[in-house]
Ligand binder design. Structure first.
Ligand code: ZN
Length: 89
């Protein structure tokens, strides 16, 4: 929402601090492979991550919106998004 970047540890849930790799599954879609769901099975929250290693021209604000199918998948799994995007989704 604030369009700000900051450093954060990998393999750590930003909501509850879980660090066990087996509780932090990742899900991607074939249609937009540089955006993924980083989930936490401990607190049932998720965030979407834009991977610049896969697409150096990615635009996180736009690509996050374009990957709405990942939100649908996550919600079908019983996960709750940690923070809504600019459209409130
Ligand atoms: Zn968590």
């Amino acid at each position: 929402m604030c369009d700000t970047e900051w450093r954060f540890r990998r393999l750590t849930c930003p909501h509850c601090g879980e660090t066990e790799a087996g509780k932090l599954p990742v899900h991607t879609a074939e249609s937009i492979t540089h955006v993924r769901v980083d989930a936490c099975t401990t607190c049932s929250r998720y965030i979407k991550t834009v991977d610049f290693r896969k697409d150096g021209n990615a635009v996180p604000l736009v690509d996050e919106l374009a990957a709405v199918e990942l939100d649908i998948w996550a919600q079908e799994q019983g996960l709750t998004k940690l923070r809504a995007n600019v459209l409130g989704l």
